[in-house]
Design a protein around this ligand. Structure first.
Ligand code: FES
Ligand code: FES
Length: 140
């Protein structure tokens, strides 16, 4: 059995053609940046969201220094959260990613990285908004 056969073709596809690789301007007040690491292996993922005036995620970019499953997980996550509200995006579980990409149990922590990264990006965005002068904050 070749190692590649253990991976689902959807993983391979996200691995070979990762979506939304890149960066958004970190200092943009509408951009939230999440930077997280996996203690299990030392891999690192950066995931950024741009949030529009309605609180909807309009753009997402990532850079992952890690294994194929981590890259596939972040790529999947960027497609999954585009167009969602922050609340919806914050509810996405790594188990969903792992299931979608058919990750084997030893690769579960790779999908955890993507869950941590989106949460961290949302937190960063919310902290940024909270520190803006009241006049610049969105009215709800
Ligand atoms: Fe580092 Fe997964 S152990 S790439
Ligand atoms: Fe560590 Fe995949 S993120 S092995």
């Amino acid at each position: 059995i070749s190692g590649a056969r253990m991976y689902h073709e959807r993983v391979i596809d996200h691995y070979e053609r990762p979506r939304n690789v890149g960066s958004l301007p970190k200092t943009d007040p509408n951009v939230g940046t999440g930077l997280v690491g996996a203690p299990a292996c030392g891999d690192v993922m950066k995931l950024q969201i741009r949030v529009d005036e309605d609180g909807i995620i309009s753009d997402v970019k990532f850079k992952t220094f890690g294994c194929g499953s981590a890259i596939a997980s972040s790529s999947y996550m960027t497609e999954r959260v585009k167009g969602l509200s922050l609340l919806e995006a914050g509810k996405i579980k790594n188990t969903e990613i792992a299931k979608e990409l058919a990750l084997p149990p030893v690769k579960l922590h790779c999908s955890m990285l993507a869950e941590d990264a989106i949460r961290s990006a949302i937190r960063d965005y919310e902290q940024k908004r909270a520190s803006l002068p009241a006049s610049k904050q969105k009215s709800k």
